[in-house]
Write a protein that binds this ligand. Structure first.
Ligand code: ATP
Ligand code: MG
Length: 297
């Protein structure tokens, strides 16, 4: 041992130690860690139970049940007007269900205080249909918006994160200074995705992430969704009509019909669901049990 190097004297042990065998110095007993171990998190990240929502006489959600496992990607498929967006708005607290329960991390969120909801929403990221960017802000300011406004992060720090997230979705720094109006639809979706992942959320919601894109750009967005969700280890809930997208991004697929989940299962079982409604939907056929409410001329 190098006896000439000055050494830090270890703190005295809490209990007197027995004499060191053979004169070897025993390491000090480390102090017990005062921080309690984090509570184990429920394997079901979001749990919707018996959700009902009506608008006047119109029953939109009719006892909807859904479990979203932690770290998995669940895709909700279903026709227009079946209640997909209403379901999402109930989870986000934009709409209040008439009946039922929405558990996030085992905590009831229906009827929670505005402050508790704000805290919960800080862990959520959202990619809106049509990207919904602010035209008055530059691209990087859009991505950094929630960090600066919501998290009160310093502007330069938020700007650095914004450029990192833009790079993650394949957009170079030159794009950051542009205005959203100068971007194509596919680029706007990417910026929306960068904004959704900016704060490393625990849950990301995607509303129709590929609608309005050509099939190749849609596939690029699907790949980015898969990559980003994996990288940050988030739970993902997506709504889509696009079966190619659903197959690519889903671990689990659930089909909503008339405000109820009528089938759910692993994504690779959707072709053998044995459910006529699912079959008709994935084949895009006008013939079958699903009757569209189309006003006849
Ligand atoms: N705020 C509201 N007030 C009244 N009715 C509403 C409201 N929001 C939704 N609805 C009705 O609820 C039904 C379901 O709407 P929702 O937006 O959930 O459909 P969706 O499944 O998302 O359809 P799409 O695929 O076309 O987006 C529709 O008939 C709609 O008119
Ligand atoms: Mg909708």
């Amino acid at each position: 041992m190098d006896t000439e190097t000055p050494r830090k004297i270890p703190p005295p042990p809490r209990k007197p130690l027995p004499p060191p065998p053979g004169g070897v110095v025993q390491p000090a007993v480390p102090a017990a860690d005062p921080t309690p171990a984090p509570e184990p998190k429920s394997p079901i990240h979001i749990h919707l139970r018996d959700l009902h929502k009506s608008f006047g006489p119109k029953h939109v959600l009719n006892g909807l049940n859904l479990e979203v496992p932690r770290g998995e990607s669940v895709v909700i498929i279903g026709g227009s007007g079946t209640g997909k967006s209403v379901m999402l708005k109930c989870i986000l607290g934009i709409l209040v269900p008439d009946q039922g329960s929405i558990l996030v991390d085992d905590k009831e969120t229906v009827g929670q205080s505005a402050r508790a909801r704000e805290a919960m929403l800080r862990h959520f990221g959202m990619l809106f249909q049509g990207a919904a960017l602010f035209d008055s802000l530059s691209v990087w300011q859009n991505v950094a918006f929630g960090l600066i406004q919501g998290r009160k992060m310093r502007r330069d720090e938020a700007k650095d994160i914004a450029f990192t997230k833009l790079a993650q979705v394949g957009l170079g720094p030159e794009v950051g200074e542009l205005s959203p109006a100068e971007l194509s639809g596919g680029m706007q979706k990417r910026v929306g995705l960068a904004r959704a992942i900016a704060a490393d959320p625990d849950v990301i919601f995607f509303d129709e992430p590929t609608t309005g894109l050509d099939p190749i750009m849609a596939d690029v967005i699907n790949d980015l969704i898969v990559k980003c969700v994996k990288e940050i280890g988030a739970t993902a809930v997506s709504i889509t009509h696009d079966m190619a997208s659903a197959r690519k991004i889903a671990d689990k697929i659930a089909m909503i019909y008339k405000g109820e989940i009528i089938w759910e299962g692993p994504a690779d079982e959707v072709d053998n669901s044995g459910n006529d409604h699912v079959q008709q939907f994935i084949n895009g056929s006008a013939e079958g049990p699903i009757q569209m409410e189309v006003l006849k001329p």
